[in-house]
Design a protein around this ligand. Structure first.
Ligand code: NDP
Ligand code: GDP
Length: 331
């Protein structure tokens, strides 16, 4: 039975990846950082009904000794480094922590793999945010980077360290440059989930308006389930490499609002208000990926349309809120 270690297993991608690996017969281990609210932390693994099928080991990406101890204990065949401070807006408020976790954390894991299990295959969760102020209309593996946030700068360091460890120490280390991917398990602070949660609240009479920032920005959004499949495919290749993973379609926040409100028969213009407080110090205006290399070499392509994704997310948020609404009982 192959063994995989996932850092960030409690996040959106970690949960879907754990499910994919379990389905493929892996023994799945996850690094879990200690929390005073442990029951909340495993929510995504519980949602997918897999929490009892994975082994969680306590540790923190910032602690190299913990990374080494966990690798010695698990002896994994594959290591997926998904843990990060992953929210761009927060990275402007916590730039140094973001640099430590998202940047140095990856270096810790690479160093731990080099010391303990140099034969293991390593995946680094890189990001389309590294393209930032885009230098080409469609971004692929050869497009120059131009990070626009502390998050993107930290990811760029982690990306180059992955390339460097591959070239210097012959590690089987691959970097997936993934464009935005969403799902019902997306963190509520990210714009798609904030919108679908807002649609559900408004539709059920729990809220009247939804406050957003820049509606003009565009993103290339796919479904997280498709994207974790790409991560796995990268580690099944004989040679490690870097791949852009994207749908090839870009859509504005405004049009996503229209799609999500339209799913419940509402006009977004009746509910969305914009707030200058939600604008960022520097914006990434548009991201539009070109995943031709992944299509050709991995045989990967996105299978879920944005309309299907928006509908699935709105339905999931409606179900969540309906379950929480207390129905009065007739006396
Ligand atoms: P999430 O924010 O949902 O998950 C982040 C994970 O990292 C959580 O499990 C979190 O644990 C863990 N974590 C944070 N800090 C530490 C730490 N110090 N030590 C150990 N674990 C830590 O992210 P996603 O699942 O959406 O994304 C997965 C990865 O892919 C991230 O690296 C992200 O930056 C990257 N990425 C994501 C994209 C997307 O669109 N989703 C696009 C491109 C890249 P806890 O639950 O305790 O907070
Ligand atoms: P990002 O691409 O990793 O930054 O993903 P987000 O989902 O956080 O943001 C995507 C885009 O939506 C960015 O250009 C944001 O400026 C824009 N946006 C507009 N309003 C909001 C909002 O209220 N919350 C978030 N998170 N993003 C918003």
């Amino acid at each position: 039975m192959p063994k995989a270690l996932i850092t960030g297993i409690t996040g959106q991608d970690g949960a879907y990846l754990a499910q994919l690996l379990l389905d493929r017969g892996y023994e799945v281990y996850g690094l879990l950082r200690r929390s005073a609210s442990a029951e909340v932390v495993g929510e995504r693994l519980r949602w997918l009904r897999i929490i009892d099928h994975v082994t969680l080991i306590d540790g923190d990406l910032l602690d190299l000794s913990a990374c080494i101890r966990i690798l010695q204990q698990v002896k994994p065949d594959e290591v997926y480094n998904l843990a990060a401070q992953s929210f761009v807006a927060a990275s402007f408020h916590q730039p140094l922590l973001t640099g430590q976790v998202t940047g140095m954390g990856a270096a810790n894991m690479l160093e731990a793999v080099r010391i303990v299990c140099p034969g293991a295959r390593f995946y680094q969760a890189s990001s389309s945010e590294m393209f930032g102020k885009i230098q080409e209309e469609r971004q692929n593996e050869r497009t120059p980077f131009y990070p626009r946030s502390p998050y993107a700068a930290a990811k760029l360091y982690a990306h180059w360290m992955t390339v460097n460890y591959r070239e210097s120490f012959d590690l089987h280390a691959s970097s997936g440059i993934l464009f935005n991917h969403e799902s019902p398990l997306r963190g509520i602070e990210f714009v798609t989930r904030k919108i679908t949660d807002g649609v559900a609240r408004i539709h059920l009479g729990l809220a009247r308006e939804l406050r957003l920032g820049n509606l003009d920005a565009s993103r290339d959004w796919g479904h997280a389930r498709d994207y974790v499949h790409a991560m796995w495919l990268m580690l099944q290749q004989n040679k490690p490499d870097d791949y852009v993973i994207a749908t090839g379609r870009t859509t504005s926040i405004r049009d996503f609002c229209s799609m999500a409100f339209g799913h419940v028969g509402r006009d977004w213009r009746d509910h969305v208000v914009t707030s200058a407080e939600l604008l960022r110090p520097a914006e990434v205006d548009v991201l539009h990926g070109d995943a031709d290399k992944a299509r050709q070499k991995l045989g990967w392509k996105a299978t879920v349309t944005l309309e299907e994704l928006a509908a699935e997310m709105v339905e999931a948020d409606l179900a969540r809120h309906r379950a929480r609404i207390v129905v009065p009982v007739a006396s």
